[in-house]
Design a protein around this ligand. Structure first.
Ligand code: 6PG
Length: 472
């Protein structure tokens, strides 16, 4: 019997679409799902000369893949991944490779690689972005693990991945170990930040200018044709223009409960940054914003107790629109800088040697945050001096801020003055102001700390550590 070139376990939508994508590129793939009925139904609908899976037990599934085996697992992150690994282990042989394409926490990936290595089993943590549609049509793929394993999988990855702005595959070897899942985690953190920044723009336009969802879509459409062009703006137009099926003439978005869900990847990004002493305030605020949105009951109780400022002295909408566009652009760029900084710091500590030009490139297509801005960042990193330590240290990036900062200030202050909460726009701005300022008030903090706890301080004019007897 002809053996498959690769196997895939987990036929929920992402796994099913990834399997179909792989088969459509001419690779022989065999699939397996815990419930045999799901496999049978899937094969009945999509099975073909390259896509098989009638086999109902794991032993036969594993035996039907050519050695050394490549087995993708696409199951829910967490315990299900460990369960699948344990189930597979009795049937695997030395040098077989498990590729975890789910949204696994990168520290779990480190643990699994360490657990499997002495058994001779290879393990690759591989980030995949694009949601169900792009798993089928071409996702952005972020594989970690060893170079040797990447080389073996590269023909498949390159064939199924999305294309970047120059037509190359949106895949690159991110680095060894768990770097692939780490970078995917940060991708999601940036995704949270960008979506919340956009949500704040939507909120501002409806509250300050009383615009309807379709009217906001018209503004976002002009944004999407310029430097803010992105998948998230494209899908915004569809979300904002969707008519409700129950309320005649109403917009569906107006009837969606304002309580956001989350699966945890944004929170992981913020927690990881805190643990590494890296600043990702916009990402953290985006997570907090979802948390506050979830406090629907409390918000409902408090809302009537406080009268909001009514709109006054607003600039005409035609003047506000370009201000907001520049404010959004700068806020999003600042959020990227924070995510990239986290990647730079982790890459240095973990010895991953991640290439940020390449990461920007593979995010140009397929993934949720794909956007024009990534082409700019890709070029900026290619042009950057070797060993550049921060996105803001690249001259063309700083130039982008120089040209937008005044509008960013203006639009933020107009919004704040009218009492609208824009935590990610303001934290992006504060991050920018703070990291480009060499005079912080931390001298004053140090004085207080030394006063109450003898925590000592350093001086600007001489070496050493000092403590002062501040009072009698
Ligand atoms: C992607 C997405 C995908 C998913 C996240 C976010 O890159 O394809 O990021 O991974 O949408 O899990 O989900 P939450 O918003 O539910 O946390």
């Amino acid at each position: 019997m002809k053996q498959a070139q690769i196997g895939l376990i987990g036929l929920a939508v992402m796994g099913a679409n990834l399997a179909r994508n792989i088969a459509s590129k001419g690779f022989d793939i065999v699939v397996y799902n815990r419930t045999a009925e799901k496999t049978q139904a899937f094969i009945k609908e999509y099975g073909n000369e390259h896509l098989s899976g009638e086999l109902q037990d794991l032993a036969t599934f594993v035996a039907s893949i050519e050695s050394p085996r490549k087995i993708i697992i696409m199951v829910q992150a967490g315990k299900p991944v460990d369960a699948v690994i344990e189930d597979l282990l009795p049937y695997l042989e030395k040098d077989d490779c498990i590729i975890d394409c789910g949204n696994s926490y990168y520290r779990d990936t480190i643990r699994r690689e360490t657990y499997l290595a002495p058994k001779g089993i290879r393990f690759m943590g591989c980030g995949v972005s694009g949601g169900e549609e792009w798993a089928l049509n071409g996702p952005s793929i972020m594989p970690g693990g060893s170079v040797a394993d990447y080389v073996k999988l590269s023909p498949i990855f390159s064939a199924i991945a999305a294309r970047d702005f120059n037509g190359s595959a949106c895949v690159t070897h991110i680095g060894v170990g768990a770097s692939g899942h780490f970078v995917k985690m940060v991708h999601n953190g940036i995704e949270y930040a960008v979506m919340q920044i956009m949500a704040e723009a939507y909120d501002t336009l409806r509250k300050l200018y009383n615009l309807s969802a379709p009217e906001i879509a018209d503004i976002f459409e002009t944004y999407s044709q310029g430097k803010l062009g992105s998948y998230l703006f494209d899908i915004s137009l569809k979300v904002l223009r969707k008519e409700d099926e129950f309320q005649d003439g109403g917009s569906l978005v107006d009837y969606i409960l304002d309580r956001a869900g989350q699966k945890g990847t944004g929170k992981w990004t913020a927690i990881d940054a805190l643990e590494r002493n890296v600043c990702v305030p916009t990402i953290a605020e985006a997570v907090f914003a979802r948390n506050i949105s979830a406090s629907k009951k409390l918000r409902g109780e408090l809302a009537p107790t406080f009268t909001k400022v009514s709109a006054k002295n607003l600039p005409p909408l035609s003047e506000f629109i370009p201000l907001l566009e520049n404010g959004l652009y700068a806020s999003i760029l600042s959020a990227y800088a924070q995510g990239y900084d986290l990647i730079i710091q982790a890459s240095t500590t973990e010895w991953w040697d991640v290439n940020l030009a390449e990461i920007s490139r593979i995010w140009e297509g397929g993934c949720i945050i794909r956007a024009e801005i990534l082409s700019f960042l890709h070029q900026a990193f290619l042009d950057a001096p070797a060993g550049v330590s921060h996105l803001f240290a690249i001259p063309e990036v700083m130039n982008a801020f120089q040209t937008t900062i005044s509008d960013w200030h203006k639009v933020t202050s107009i919004i704040i003055e009218h009492g609208i909460a824009v935590p990610t726009i303001t934290s992006s701005l504060s991050y920018f102001e703070s990291i480009t300022d060499d005079k912080h008030p931390a001298n004053y903090l140090q004085g207080l700390r030394d006063f109450f706890g003898a925590h000592t301080y350093e001086r600007t004019d001489r070496e050493g550590t000092f403590h002062t007897q501040w009072s009698e």
